[in-house]
Design a protein. Sequence first.
Length: 113
Amino acid sequence: VQLQASGGGLVQPGGSLRLSCAPSTSMFRIGDMGWYRQAPGKQRDLVARISSGGSSNYADSVKGRFTISRDNAKNTLYLQMNSLKPEDTAVYYCNILPPLWRWGQGTQVTVSS
């Protein structure tokens, strides 16, 4: 399975971005999915997860600012990121939980003035 994340970019603090992820297999067959991020020199961490039924959970660092969603009919996983902070700067990846599929290239998010 290939995972293609997109939607990253350079944004000022307080700004918003929406990331998208399109797996190469039907999301109707996929259970829990998540968005992960890796900042330079740090480990890759899970920031948001969503079940096949739509229940979501978030890391404390993004709670109240990020929203994960999925549209199985469009075969796309989303991450709406609001009130972005410089510490959100990282490469963002999508994967299942646990992250057993090969990682895609991710999408770079840079929050800077």
